[in-house]
Design a protein around this ligand. Structure first.
Ligand SMILES: CC(C)(COP(=O)(O)OP(=O)(O)OC[C@H]1O[C@@H](n2cnc3c(N)ncnc32)[C@H](O)[C@@H]1OP(=O)(O)O)[C@@H](O)C(=O)NCCC(=O)NCCS
Length: 173
């Protein structure tokens, strides 16, 4: 099974919108009301919104593909707006790492994680940080395997009217 990682172009907006909606839905369905879910999917993952992000050259989006089909994606950016404490370092926010559920446990996520870590080492980042839902134990376990730790800081990540709390995890390089 050959996994290819490639940076996305504007022409990938429709495919990115589709995989973003699918993976977010599969991860968080049942943790909020159906209305909150639908509004969230439409607000954050509509094609126009993701096209705007793809147009920002600082916003780094990559697909993991098998036979030219996206099976997971990665988004990272040097953006301190969500966690200003990180300005103390040259820090990268790993904004999203999402893999289609039928490909969990198959090495896709590892490939994506290795990719972002290698990128950050190469570009001399000091730390990578990310938000993970307090009850997303699989993702937390995955991050811990890569040496991420709970920073002890949290932030609110409501899905519509449903309150949720994320932990900020970080990994110093
Ligand atoms: C998070 C994600 C990228 C990890 O990729 P993956 O291929 O599933 O990761 P792995 O299988 O290598 O690692 C997951 C680990 O969690 C463990 N695990 C599985 N279910 C678990 C659970 N309910 N509780 C705790 N640990 C769990 C697995 O056993 C594995 O650990 P191991 O390798 O020591 O056995 C992937 O699951 C995913 O895309 N999830 C949905 C989207 C998501 O949650 N993204 C992160 C948002 S912050």
């Amino acid at each position: 099974m050959e996994i290819t990682i490639r940076r996305l172009k504007l022409a990938d907006a429709a495919a990115l919108s589709a995989i973003s909606k699918k993976t977010f839905y599969d991860t968080f369905t049942g943790t909020c009301t159906p209305d909150d879910m639908n509004i969230f999917l439409e607000n954050y993952f509509n094609e126009r919104q993701v096209a705007k992000e793809l147009n920002n050259t600082d916003d780094l989006y990559f697909f993991a593909e098998i036979d030219n089909r996206p099976v997971g994606y990665l988004r990272f950016m040097e953006d301190y707006s969500n966690f200003p404490l990180m300005k103390k370092w040259k820090a990268m926010e790993l904004k999203r790492i999402y893999v289609l559920k039928e490909f969990h446990g198959k090495g896709i996520a590892q490939k994506l994680m290795d990719f972002v870590i290698d990128y950050c080492i190469e570009e001399k980042y000091q730390v990578i940080w990310l938000g993970v839902w307090e009850n997303n134990l699989r993702a937390q376990k995955f991050y811990e395997k890569y040496g991420f730790e709970n920073s002890g800081h949290t932030h609110d990540f409501p899905i519509g009217h449903t309150p949720q709390t994320d932990y900020w995890f970080w990994k110093f390089l």
